[in-house]
Design a binder for this molecule. Structure first.
Ligand code: ADP
Ligand code: MG
Length: 684
């Protein structure tokens, strides 16, 4: 028995307080993430079984779950070491026999009129159900939905049902409802206890819906309160004043140095950003633009103008390859304009020196990876924070970078993975969104073909055709090494060796995530400089890599990549005025994979593909954490439940603005729950 003193808050009561939960059980439960009693209560079923109400619904030969009322005395047969118990039961309006093998004790439990819930195979011919599992539900009415939980080995759904019911009966009055009654009434929400009960024991689908509505609203409201509170505390920092015309002139001066004219959308994006930067409130903007739409020029225009005004910028990219590439581009385009540029990567030897030049204000812009978050990096006049491919970073990384300004800073999030505007608004608070929709003129569409492996040779020929013209090629494959047990499996290491042989005149480079940092840099550099003409890589090159001379890409086992990744990968070609090609090689096995490949052939529009992806995979996955960094909720899904999120946002804004949250007694419990989170924010 676990010792817990009476003052232990409910959330901390361990699961071992429940009868029958000892050390071994609790270990199993921990694998499911269940440590406390509250965890048990919040461990919701992932689906429900519908015990059949109508006997007609029983399908011959199928596994069924039904409520069965015992209507006669059990009979037992023993043969050798085995036993068979037959119990006459009524299922809905039908008389059947439930058969139990090797469970002789069941005959003592199955007293007349008792209700059992049984799962087993139904055989119409004999009118029998051969039972594989059963339980005696207490106070369960016919027609209720039976919860089914995700379980591990040695722990069954029946075990969990029992635990949940125990937890509910022992601790239901200790469940705290933070939600003020006024909100419950206004939005017709059930109480927390009721919602939890209904999740585990709904009478029907409507109950499940009501329960979820309540729980989702609660988690979204907490999320929005923290988010909005963060926004409020941020606005306290005033920025130094800048004049729009002055900044504009400087930005235009830099733009004149470019070898190309900006697209309308690029210019519009710069205008938006300049306006924001010159306001007193900090900028908080999301720049969305498909791969190759020219987002870098937009960022650099701002960096250049601010540098001339003595204000510093920082650009954080998710990989060192990408950071280095930005750095090379910056040296080419910003240094001649008189902007001093520094690169800061994880293992940098000259770190101290860079830190000094940033602290003194000698460096105008620092480009780097996570290494930028180091406490030793202190800016003298940081104004502009750019987070490239922002979905690759967590909230805390983004916040840490922002907090490096001693005055208010302007934050620009950049992404090539578009999310719907309404969603961006609700998830990032009051973020403004700028979209670059058009690509630079003169871009040729990328001819995309989906082929099976028997056409591999044709693809190699096509690549050779481009190499002959002096262009370069990417070859992408999902694996790094071939498996031990499958030497034939396609991997980048094997492909590189093979291709080096068949492309004898050309150099074939290799790039993957398990290579050492220096080797990766070197491989990328050789490709950028044209020393290697072919680069075999994993999807590590997915984001941002820019080598305009590369005009052809072949993706091996393209069916193993998601749509968003495929689109990002393809975006590595088609970055010049040469025609480009993308070959998708696969022997797809699923309908979904075929649809993805077809979508790739049919569309080159990132927004269109993103919505196709949504449609194919469902919201949760398409915007799964790696892709978008969207917060993950326990019950809610920010895309599916967008409407609830919007309401939660309105409520949160109002509670904070009016101060009701802080002062009204009805909101005490809610405030107490998020006070810590809000206060830490205010300190940071
Ligand atoms: P992304 O939006 O994917 O980050 P980049 O900023 O890397 O795209 O730009 C892709 C390529 O297009 C770069 O080589 C860049 O120099 C070029 N580019 C950007 N804007 C224009 C433009 N307006 N006209 C022609 N080329 C452009
Ligand atoms: Mg980019």
């Amino acid at each position: 028995m676990t010792n817990v003193d009476g003052d232990t808050p409910f959330e901390e009561l361990p699961v071992t307080l429940l009868p029958g939960i000892g050390p071994s059980r609790s270990k199993l439960l921990a694998q499911l993430g269940i440590v406390t009693i509250l965890d048990v209560l919040l461990y919701f079923p992932f689906r429900y079984e519908t015990p059949y109400d109508e006997a007609a619904a029983l399908l011959d030969g199928q596994k069924v779950t039904v409520y069965a009322e015992v209507i006669g005395a059990p009979s037992v047969r023993f043969t050798q070491a085995k036993s068979m118990v037959t119990i006459p039961v009524r299922v809905a309006d039908r008389r059947l026999k439930a058969i139990f093998f090797n469970q002789p004790y069941i005959r003592h439990q199955a007293t007349k009129q008792r209700i059992m819930m049984i799962t087993g195979r139904f055989q119409a011919r004999y009118g029998t159900i051969q039972v594989v599992s059963y339980e005696f539900p207490h106070e369960k009415k016919l027609g209720e939905l039976a919860p089914v939980y995700r379980v591990t080995q040695n722990l069954s759904t029946v075990n969990l049902r029992k635990m949940v019911d125990q937890a509910l009966s022992m601790y239901r009055e200790r469940i705290v409802d933070w939600m003020p009654v006024s909100l419950l009434e206004k939005y017709k929400l059930v109480s927390k206890v009721r919602a939890i009960e209904m999740m585990h024991h709904p009478r029907d689908e409507h109950d499940v819906h009501q329960a979820k509505r309540r729980l989702i609203f609660e988690e979204f409201l907490l999320f929005q309160l923290k988010l909005q509170a963060r926004r409020l505390t941020q606005q306290d920092h005033e920025k130094s004043r800048l004049r729009v015309d002055e900044v504009n002139v400087l930005a235009q001066e830099w733009i004149q140095t470019l070898p190309f004219a900006l697209t309308m959308d690029q210019q519009k994006a710069i205008d938006d950003i300049v306006d924001d930067v010159c306001r007193t409130a900090p900028m908080y903007r999301l720049l969305q633009g498909d791969v190759g739409s020219g987002k870098t020029a937009v960022i650099f225009a701002m960096v250049a103008a601010l540098a001339k005004l003595g204000l510093q910028s920082v650009i954080m990219a998710p990989t060192s390859i990408l950071a280095s590439q930005h750095f090379e581009e910056a040296k080419k385009r910003l240094t001649p304009f008189g902007v001093s540029v520094q690169l800061l990567l994880g293992g940098a030897k000259n770190k101290k020196w860079i830190e000094e030049s940033v602290a003194k204000g000698d460096a105008d812009v620092v480009i780097g990876t996570h290494a930028l978050l180091s406490e030793n990096l202190i800016f003298s006049t940081l104004r502009f924070v750019v987070i490239d491919e922002q979905h690759r970073f967590g909230v805390s990384a983004r916040r840490a970078l922002r907090s490096k300004g001693s005055h208010g800073v302007d934050v620009l999030h950049v992404t090539a993975t578009p999310i719907p505007r309404s969603l961006a608004l609700t998830l990032y608070g009051d973020i403004e969104v700028t979209e670059i929709k058009t690509k630079p003129i003169g871009r040729q569409p990328i001819t995309t073909c989906s082929l099976t492996f028997k056409d591999e040779e044709k693809v190699i020929q096509a690549i050779r055709g481009e190499l002959v013209k002096g262009r370069q090629a990417y070859i992408v494959a999902p694996r790094i090494e071939s498996d031990e047990w499958d030497a034939e499996a396609i991997s980048v290491t094997r492909l590189q060796a093979q291709l080096q042989e068949s492309f004898d005149f050309w150099q074939v480079g290799l790039l993957h995530g398990q290579m050492k940092e220096v080797d990766r840099q070197e491989a990328m550099k050789s490709f950028v400089e044209g020393k290697t003409q072919v680069l075999v890589a994993t999807s590590i090159i997915e984001v941002g890599v820019n080598v305009p001379n590369a005009t052809v890409m072949a993706i091996y086992e393209a069916d193993r990549f998601g749509l968003a990744t495929l689109h990002q990968l393809r975006g590595r070609v088609g970055r010049s005025s040469y025609p480009s090609f993308c070959y998708l090689l696969a022997d797809p096995k699923s309908e979904m994979a075929i649809e993805r490949l077809t979508a790739m052939v049919q569309s080159q529009d990132g927004f269109e593909l993103a919505s196709k992806d949504l449609q194919l995979r469902g919201p949760g996955e398409a915007f799964g954490d790696r892709q978008s960094g969207l917060p993950v909720f326990h019950v809610g899904d920010p895309i599916r439940d967008l409407r609830i999120m919007e309401v939660a946002r309105e409520v949160a804004v109002k509670l904070l603005k009016t101060g009701d949250l802080f002062f009204l007694p009805a909101y005490q419990a809610l405030y107490a729950h998020i006070r810590d989170a809000i206060e830490t924010l205010a300190d940071s």
